[in-house]
Design a binder for this molecule. Structure first.
Ligand SMILES: *Cc1c(COP(=O)(O)O)cnc(C)c1O
Length: 419
C-alpha cells in the first residue's frame, strides 16, 4: 500500500469526508454573521435567536416538549444531572464501555459513576449487571445507545421505575434512532445529545438536553446560561432576550448562534443520511457475515424501528485470524482501504483518560470513593480487545466502495492465517 498523502491526492475517489457542508449550511452561517447577533446573550436582532429556534426544531424532530442547546455533549450530561438534583454523595450507573465523558460528567457534579458491565451482543449496559449494581445511594441510570445499537428501553425504563431512579438517555451516537416508533431521547426523563465533530449531526462542537418535563427544562436553561432563561415576552430589537431568573446557580455552557445555524441546516439532511447509511450497512453486514470468525455487534431487537449507524463495531475471533487481535486486524484493513478505523476504547476501569483520582478539588476520601479499582468489567474487557469499528461517513460512500471493506477484511484474513 502506498502511503496516504500521495495516494489521497491522486485517487479520483476518496472516502466521503466528515463533517460535510452544503450551500444551505453556508447560507445559514452567513445569515447569522450578518445578523449582528452571535450569542444568545447578544441583543435581539429582530428575530428569535438561532439557538432557541434550533432547540425547538430539534425537540419537535424528536417528539419532546423542550430542547435546550448547550456547548457540547459533556455539558449536556452535566446539565441533565444537575437539573435532576444529582450531586455529592449520589451514585449513577454508567456503562463500563463508553466514551470517558459519560463517567467524568458524573464525577464532575460530585457523584460517583458506578461502572456497569455491558451486554456481549449489543455493547450497551447489561440489564442484569445494572440490576445488581443498584444500591442505596443510586439516583439514576445513564443509559448510552452505543455505536449502532439502541439499548433495551423497555427493560431499563421498568428497572428505573421499580427502583425509583431517573433514566437518563445518552443519545450522542444515535440521532434519529427509534424504539417502538418513538425516537430515542424521548423515553427517559431527560436525555443528552452531542453535536461534536464525529457525530451523526454536528457543528464541530455542540450539545442539547431534551425533556418533556417543564421543570427540568427550566432548570436546564438556567444551568446553561448563568441563571438566565428565554423571556416569555416578545423580544424588542436591540434589547436582551434573556430574563435573569437566578433560582439556580448556572454556568456559561451556551451554544453560539453560529453553531446553532449549522445545526438547523444540517438537521434537514439527517434523515436522508441515516437512510443511506442504513442501506449500506445492511449490505456490508451481509458481506461480512460470510467471513469465518467475523460478526457485526449491534442490537437487532425488532423493537428498534429505526436503527442508526454511528460506528459499526466488527468483532473478530482471533482464532480465525492467525491469533491477531481486533486492533491489529483493524489497522491492516485500514491500510488496505485508506480509511482510519477506530479501535474500541478500553473499558473505563482501564481507560487512560478516565482519572477521577486526579481531580484536584476532591479530598482524599472522595477520590477513593471514585476509585475505578472497585469495578470488574469482564465482558467489556474481552469484547473491546477484539473489535474495530467502521465510521459512519464510510457508509455514505457508493455501495461497491463500502463492499470493498469486506473484501479487504477477507484479504487480511487470508494473509494473517497463512503465516
Ligand atoms: C461524544 C460523546 C459524549 C460527549 O460529547 P462531547 O460533545 O464530545 O462533549 C458523551 N457521550 C457519548 C456516548 C458520546 O459519544
Amino acid at each position: 500500500m502506498q502511503s496516504s498523502t500521495a495516494s489521497f491526492e491522486t485517487e479520483p475517489e476518496h472516502w466521503p469526508s466528515w463533517p460535510q457542508t452544503s450551500p444551505e449550511i453556508e447560507e445559514s452561517v452567513c445569515r447569522v454573521l450578518r445578523s449582528g447577533r452571535w450569542a444568545i446573550s447578544g441583543m435581539n436582532a429582530g428575530m428569535h435567536a438561532e439557538e432557541r429556534v434550533f432547540g425547538d426544531e430539534f425537540a419537535s424532530y424528536l417528539g419532546v416538549s423542550h430542547g435546550v442547546p448547550v456547548a457540547n455533549g459533556s455539558a449536556a450530561l452535566v446539565v441533565a444531572l444537575e437539573a435532576l438534583g444529582i450531586g455529592t454523595g449520589d451514585e449513577v450507573l454508567v456503562p463500563g464501555l463508553v466514551w470517558v465523558a459519560c463517567a467524568s460528567a458524573v464525577a464532575r457534579v460530585g457523584a460517583r459513576p458506578v461502572l456497569v458491565d455491558v451486554d456481549e451482543l449489543t455493547l450497551c449496559m447489561s440489564l442484569d449487571a445494572a440490576e445488581a449494581a443498584v444500591g442505596e445511594r443510586t439516583r439514576a441510570i445513564l443509559l448510552v445507545h452505543l455505536y449502532s445499537s439502541v439499548a433495551d428501553l423497555d427493560a431499563f425504563s421498568a428497572l428505573a421505575e421499580r427502583r425509583g431512579l431517573a433514566l437518563i438517555e445518552d443519545c450522542a451516537q444515535a440521532h434519529g434512532a427509534a424504539w417502538r416508533g418513538r425516537r430515542v431521547g424521548t423515553i427517559g426523563r431527560v436525555s443528552a445529545f452531542s453535536f461534536q465533530n464525529s457525530k451523526l449531526l454536528t457543528a464541530g462542537e455542540g450539545g442539547l438536553v431534551a425533556t418533556s418535563d417543564d421543570d427540568l427544562a427550566d432548570a436546564a436553561q438556567q444551568l446553561r446560561g448563568d441563571g438566565r432563561r428565554w423571556t416569555t415576552e416578545n423580544g424588542r430589537r436591540g434589547f436582551p432576550d434573556l430574563d435573569e431568573v437566578g433560582t439556580r446557580q448556572g454556568h456559561n455552557l451556551c451554544m453560539s448562534e453560529l453553531h446553532a445555524a449549522v445545526l438547523r441546516a444540517s438537521l434537514r439532511l439527517l434523515d436522508d443520511q441515516n437512510a443511506r447509511r442504513h442501506a449500506n450497512a445492511l449490505v456490508l453486514e451481509d458481506a461480512l457475515g460470510t467471513l469465518d470468525g467475523v460478526s457485526v455487534v449491534r442490537n437487532r431487537d425488532t423493537r428498534i424501528t429505526q436503527p442508526t449507524f454511528y460506528h459499526l463495531p466488527v468483532r473478530i475471533d482471533p482464532n480465525a485470524f492467525g491469533g491477531a487481535v481486533g486492533e491489529r486486524v483493524g489497522r491492516a484493513v485500514a491500510e488496505e482501504v485508506g480509511l482510519y478505523l477506530e479501535p474500541v476504547d478500553p473499558p473505563l476501569n482501564a481507560h487512560p483518560l478516565y482519572r477521577p483520582d486526579r481531580y484536584t478539588r476532591f479530598n482524599f476520601l472522595h477520590r477513593k470513593w471514585l476509585d475505578v479499582g472497585d469495578f470488574d468489567l469482564p465482558v467489556a474487557t474481552r469484547v473491546s480487545a477484539n473489535c474495530f469499528t467502521i465510521p459512519h461517513h464510510a457508509l455514505l460512500a457508493p455501495q461497491d466502495r463500502v463492499l470493498g471493506l469486506a473484501e479487504a477484511l477477507a484479504h487480511v484474513q487470508r494473509s494473517l492465517s497463512t503465516r
